[in-house]
Design a protein around this ligand. Structure first.
Ligand code: MF3
Ligand code: CO
Ligand code: CO
Length: 273
């Protein structure tokens, strides 16, 4: 496993890519309404990334070993879909929950971030759907709050697992956060479960994502025949939020923020200086 320490020049480029990724989510937010298809959201995001931002949508034709090329520019994962949902003809319905996952490439560097949306507004969601989205958001932020030089990856995983399971939810094991830079997926793997004090020690200049996938039911997943879409085996709801972070000399910088990014939850306020 080789984990790179980014140079100040690389960090500057990652800041730009990260902000652009988050701005795609800001842009698409008003379009996430009942009746819109995920294919339409994909097209809108694609055109915004390419024509407005001058970015490359990283998912398009992305083909890690063992996968066929990903056919679209964003991932749209609805309800029991965990991640890598492929946009298509399906229209969103009032009360659906959907994750939109955006990865841009700008000047050779990646910006990767995702958010949950409750279609038709917060009040349209079931109590369970709203709780799952909120707890998963808190899991992300509790993970981020662990990040500082000398901390370990296991501290992040543990904080996420404890919060999710403490609320009766489960953590998906097969997919994790990842180092990121000139490559989409780099070392290290950032597990969303684990034991404090274990795993890689964090050092200033590391950049990776934290992107917990939390299920309302059991943790088990399966892959659909399209070769990409991951669903919960028990068809229970699943949520995910993602930020890309930098380990600084004193703590953590979140690289995927923008005007429209949801503010950090009250629950973690005391963990940030
Ligand atoms: N954006 C996803 C992640 O957070 C990866 C999507 S790969 C794709 O790691 F090909 F499905 F787009
Ligand atoms: Co990611
Ligand atoms: Co992502």
């Amino acid at each position: 496993m080789s984990v790179t320490i980014k140079t100040p020049e690389e960090i500057e480029k990652m800041r730009i890519a990260g902000r652009l990724g988050s701005e795609v989510l800001d842009y698409i937010t008003p379009f996430v309404k009942p009746g819109v298809t995920t294919g339409e959201l994909d097209k809108l995001c694609h055109d915004y990334m390419v024509d407005v931002q001058g970015c490359i949508p990283a998912p398009l034709n992305y083909a890690p070993p063992g996968y066929k090329p990903y056919p679209k520019s964003i991932c749209t994962s609805i309800n029991h879909q965990v991640c890598h949902g492929v946009p298509g003809e399906k229209a969103l319905k009032k009360g659906d929950i959907v994750n939109l996952d955006i990865t841009v490439i700008k000047n050779g560097y990646h910006g990767d971030t995702s958010r949950m949306f409750i279609v038709g507004g917060e009040a349209a969601g079931s109590i369970l759907a709203r709780r799952l989205c909120q707890i998963t958001f808190e899991c992300l932020w509790l993970g981020i709050a662990q990040v500082k030089p000398g901390a370990h990856l296991g501290d992040i995983g543990h904080a996420i697992q404890k919060h999710a399971e403490g609320h009766g939810f489960s953590v998906v094991r097969e997919f994790c956060g990842h180092g990121i830079g000139a490559k989409f997926h780099e070392d290290p793997q950032v597990l969303h479960y684990g034991k404090p004090g274990t795993g890689l020690e964090l050092k200033p200049g590391m950049i990776f994502t934290i992107e917990p996938m939390i299920n309302a039911g059991k943790a088990a997943i399966s892959e659909l025949p399209d070769g990409w879409t991951i669903v919960t085996r028990d068809r229970s709801l699943s949520a995910q939020w993602e930020h890309m972070i930098l380990v600084t000399e004193t703590g953590v910088d979140i690289l995927t923020l923008s005007e429209g990014a949801p503010r950090r939850p009250e629950l973690v306020a005391h963990l940030f200086p």
